[in-house]
Design a protein. Structure first.
Ligand SMILES: [Zn+2]
Length: 385
């Protein structure tokens, strides 16, 4: 990117963030807040209005006489689609610029090869837009989150365990289908991003997101940046080894953290104790009723999780650990023993720095996370390359 273009992108992002931070703000105040000249503010805000991202309003307080013209985000001037791509279906959400979900759609994936998937998702996006009468032209982009090792810069799915994809340039496939920009990332990273932009990770420079449920995931924010690793594979927390002689995990190794804490392993361990439970929800209900064997399954899982999370605290010294995912349903059955084990294993000084937040997961969270892949780029300066 040429120097002048980069400067313009930085100034544009600064103005957009000033407007977002204030809700509604006058041009003169934007100039004061950003340190940009009135002429620069005037020309760039004109561009933002033309792009539909910002609009004029007179909603501000009067300073005697006429109320000043303020600029605010035109939340419904442009839209973003977030897609959580899972094994058998995809959850699509249409959000405005504030990441509020305005419509949802689920696509049942009949065929799972990359090309068929992109075609089915394309139809799903059209159905989603049609349901609220939004045209493709008002779509700023699409974000897709899926499990696996994802090179988000290249839009490449290197490995995805659920659908067996390897080295699939999925961003490009879906861009060809939709005719708009598509960003791809690991689904735990998308969840981390939504916490950073809109949730418990706002204004926190060093925090971790641990997801529990179908698998065990980790999102890492260090010095305000999402840490993806050399090839996009950072955060395979669920496959850190707890017991090398343990059960064979889905990844092929033995005794991974997932074999102690992930949903299907909780059910497996419950059945070993003679409990006839169809799934994790039923197991949770049984433990809530006080069934000692069911309570013990969660207690053991919580203890192992607490040891593993204490290791994270000692490695990263985070200010906050946000725990999310479907497994949050277990509440204190899991997190009571987890907190106790953490206390035993964390370095005392680091324990003082960290706060654990358990975040209930809603149906929208994953899809909002995927939408954040696009929203993040609207409000941030494009990377130098
Ligand atoms: Zn494993």
């Amino acid at each position: 990117m040429a120097r002048r273009q980069l400067l313009k992108a930085i100034n544009r992002a600064a103005i957009l963030n000033a407007i977002k931070a204030h809700g509604a703000i006058a041009r003169t105040d934007i100039a004061a807040y950003t340190g940009l000249s009135p002429a620069t503010v005037s020309s760039l805000t004109a561009e933002l209005i033309r792009d539909g991202l910002v609009h004029e309003t007179r909603a501000g307080a009067s300073r005697g006489g006429r109320r000043p013209i303020l600029l605010a985000l035109n939340a419904e001037g442009a839209y973003v689609v977030g897609i959580k791509l899972a094994e058998e279906d995809a959850t699509l959400a249409l959000t405005d610029l504030h990441a509020h979900v305005v419509a949802r759609h689920t696509v049942r994936l009949v065929e799972r090869d990359p090309l068929s998937t992109s075609r089915q998702l394309g139809q799903g996006v059209d159905a989603l837009l049609a349901s609220v009468g939004v045209t493709r032209g008002r779509l700023l982009g699409v974000g897709v989150g899926l499990a696996g090792v994802i090179d988000s810069q290249a839009g490449l799915c290197r490995v995805s365990p659920h659908n067996g994809w390897r080295e699939v340039p999925f961003s490009k496939l879906l861009e060809d289908e939709l005719g708009c920009i598509v960003y791809l990332d690991n689904n735990v990273n998308t969840l981390t991003l939504v916490e950073q932009l809109y949730g418990a990770g706002q204004h926190v420079s060093n925090f971790l997101v641990v997801t529990v449920g179908h698998g065990i995931g980790l999102g890492i924010v260090a010095n305000g940046q999402l840490y993806r690793g050399a090839g996009g594979g950072a955060g395979e927390f669920g496959h850190t080894v707890i017991d090398p002689h343990g059960y064979v995990c889905g990844c092929g190794n033995r005794g991974c953290l997932e074999t102690f804490v992930a949903d299907r392993w909780l059910v497996h361990r419950a059945r070993e104790r003679g409990l006839d439970v169809p799934g994790p929800e039923a197991l949770t209900a049984l433990a809530r009723e006080g069934n000692p064997a069911a309570v013990e399954v969660f207690a053991q899982a919580g203890e192992v999780l607490g040891q593993a999370v204490a290791n994270l605290v000692n490695l990263f010294n985070p200010a906050r650990i946000i725990i999310s995912g479907e497994g949050v349903r277990a509440g204190d059955l899991l997190f009571g023993p987890m907190r106790a084990a953490m206390q035993r294993h964390m370095f005392a000084q680091l324990a003082e720095d960290v706060e654990v937040c358990i975040e209930p997961l809603t149906d929208d969270t994953w899809a909002r996370g995927a939408a954040s892949l696009v929203l993040e780029r609207i409000f941030s300066v494009p990377p130098l390359n």
